[in-house]
Design a protein around this ligand. Sequence first.
Ligand code: FE2
Ligand code: FE2
Length: 166
Amino acid sequence: MKKFNDMILSVTIGIIDFLYHNHPIQRFWVLETIARAPYFAFLSVLHLRESLGLRGDEHLYLMKEHFAQTVNETEHLEYMESIGGADRWIDRLFAWHLVLIYYWIMVGYYFVDAVDAYHLNAGIEMHATETYLNYLWEHPEDEKIASIAVDEMNHYIELIRAMELV
Ligand SMILES: [Fe+2]
Ligand SMILES: [Fe+2]
């Protein structure tokens, strides 16, 4: 599954990179819109398991962790909106369709194979970190983007830790 994850990731990144190579802020907004979906999906599945009495030892930790990630990604998203990332209707149309599909894929994926769902999302967080770091090469003065890049790296580390728990 990890090879499948890598393939899906590189195709999706390739499409987004092609569409947004001249629009970094819009690209960030699209990425942040998509970035939240897996955490919402993980929480949905954890809540479902809770409701069915299938609570594991790691549940409380994972629920706190994923809720914090949804909040953090929403802060990133709001920042991107404040600098114009969602001003074009075409970007909103693209991202909102993509995120709807992606959310449900991640619900199903996490339900049947939590480790590989975390692995796919870890790849996305690593790509987000690299995307922000590339931007920082040209805009080293942008402290907000620097702090978001650190957040994305922390999400990556948290997902690797979560992979070991499930
Ligand atoms: Fe983010
Ligand atoms: Fe992230």
